[in-house]
Design a protein around this ligand. Structure first.
Ligand code: GLN
Length: 281
């Protein structure tokens, strides 16, 4: 005789145990995967679906997560600053830590910025979060990856912010890359900043785009190109806010000073240095 399929609630319990070695957030992960398998929100899963039969589709999603694939790529979406965003392996998965830049922008901008630039926009997360916070602003996101720009453009539509956003190819490793962009009241960037030999979690190293993560032996290669370009991109009174690794505050501040910019460090919720705010000194 065939055994009856387990209920959703039973399968969540056993699956969380199966995933415990591969994930520090196993219970949350299996809930998100089960919700995706059922095509419902996590809330509806928890409130209404626990006694239903577990769907067979869940098993493949769980197997991918056990193989260290991030939940956001498996389900194709994630949340950032209250926005639901599509993600693919062409873009870095937006981190909650990066919301530090949006909070820093809120406190750094005395008046709402008319024009916002997001350098290396990836999924579009930083630009779209800023546009949602500043409802009068317009923004430009640049990326050298056309696959990333397609994700960002789709996210503009998905969040209802597309009419205030434009997405352009751009590559700061090329000469004169910034010449035609104009000037901006707020410049945001989450460039690659991981040391090339850093031992990253397998979930990150095996699945996320290396060109969005790694930036040379000390993780500073992209700052060395970007920071000197900022003065020409800043409108009068403009501010740039750049994400950093927790040990890079001094190095990035020194690059800012050398470029004639002031530097102020912002910490994330874990009290790690996470962003540098720069202005023309
Ligand atoms: N914060 C990311 C990580 O540690 C790195 C992001 C980046 O390099 N821009 O995985």
């Amino acid at each position: 005789m065939r055994e009856a399929a387990p209920s959703v609630g039973e399968r969540l319990r056993s699956a969380a145990a199966e995933l415990a070695d591969a994930s520090t957030t196993a219970r949350l992960d299996v809930e998100l995967l089960m919700a995706a398998a059922l095509g419902v929100s996590r809330n509806d899963l928890i409130l209404r679906a626990m006694r239903d039969a577990a769907p067979p589709e869940f098993e493949l999603l769980l197997a991918r997560r056990i193989a260290h694939e991030p939940v956001a790529y498996i389900v194709g979406e994630t949340e950032f600053y209250g926005l639901n965003l599509a993600v693919t392996p062409a873009v870095l998965i937006p981190r909650a830590d990066s919301e530090t830049l949006i909070e820093a922008a809120r406190s750094a901008c005395n008046a709402p910025p008319a024009r916002i630039l997001d350098l290396g926009t990836g999924s579009g997360a930083l630009l779209l979060a800023a546009l949602s916070m500043f409802p009068q602003s317009r923004g430009t996101g640049i990326d050298r990856s056309s696959d990333a720009l397609a994700v960002a453009r789709a996210n503009g539509e998905r969040t209802g912010l597309a009419s205030r956003a434009e997405w352009l190819p751009g590559d700061w490793t090329q000469p004169r890359w910034a010449d035609a962009l104009g000037t901006f009241d707020l410049v945001l960037a989450n460039p690659p900043y991981v040391e090339s030999d850093a031992a990253l979690d397998r979930m990150v190293a095996d699945h996320e785009p290396h060109e969005a993560l790694f930036a040379g032996p000390d993780g500073m290669d992209d700052y060395r190109l970007l920071v000197p370009a900022l003065p020409a991109l800043l409108a009068i009174g403009g501010v740039a806010i750049v994400e950093i690794g927790s040990a890079q505050g001094r190095g990035v501040s020194a690059l800012a000073h050398a470029a004639g910019l002031s530097a102020r460090i912002h910490c994330d919720l874990g009290q790690r240095e996470r962003a540098v705010e720069m202005r023309r000194a």
